[in-house]
Design a protein around this ligand. Structure first.
Ligand code: ADP
Ligand code: MG
Length: 151
């Protein structure tokens, strides 16, 4: 299975990389973010938002679980860390099938509800400000997306 990797040295680099990805995103795209607390999932999401021309400040939706923003495409930002039952249905499907881009922090918490095809992004925390970002596409759409991003 193809996977793509990149190292960043500070939060700006992570954000800029996400912004670059955003330029290639289409309605209905789903990105699953995985990584420990402080790895940079929300930082990455802020970069996606910037790349989608979203002007409002994007904050972690830990307590609200889902936040929606308007830009070039709508952004549905989820943080499912606090979802206690992996089958709890908060209407996720309607977002995944919506006209916007969905970004899900801690996506594995609701793995049974995720679409079959998506882009998983793992953020690994190293010493200081270094992070390794690994992209794993599932499905043709996301394989194509990764090729576009890394070409
Ligand atoms: P998460 O959502 O995964 O818990 P956040 O994005 O909220 O993580 O927090 C990441 C923290 O780490 C921020 O304070 C950010 O400034 C800092 N940071 C330092 N280096 C990096 C990097 N290379 N990429 C992303 N964030 C970084
Ligand atoms: Mg977060």
């Amino acid at each position: 299975m193809a996977q793509y990797e990149l190292k960043t040295n500070n939060s700006e680099e992570t954000s800029e990389f996400a912004e670059r990805i955003a330029a290639h995103l289409q309605p209905g795209d789903v990105i699953a973010l995985e990584g420990d607390l402080g790895a940079g999932k929300t930082t990455f999401t802020k970069g996606i938002a910037k790349g989608l021309d979203i002007k409002r400040t994007v904050n972690s939706p830990t307590f609200t679980i889902i936040k929606e923003y308007q830009g070039r495409l709508p952004l549905y930002h989820m943080d499912v860390y606090r979802v206690e039952d992996s089958l709890e249905d908060l209407g996720f499907d309607e977002y995944f099938e919506g006209h916007g881009v969905t970004v899900v922090e801690w996506a594995h918490v609701i793995k049974e509800q995720l679409p079959n095809e998506l882009l998983t992004v793992y953020l690994y925390h190293h010493e200081g400000e270094q992070r390794t970002i690994v992209l794993i596409p599932k499905g043709r759409r996301y394989e194509q997306l990764c090729k576009e991003i890394f070409q």
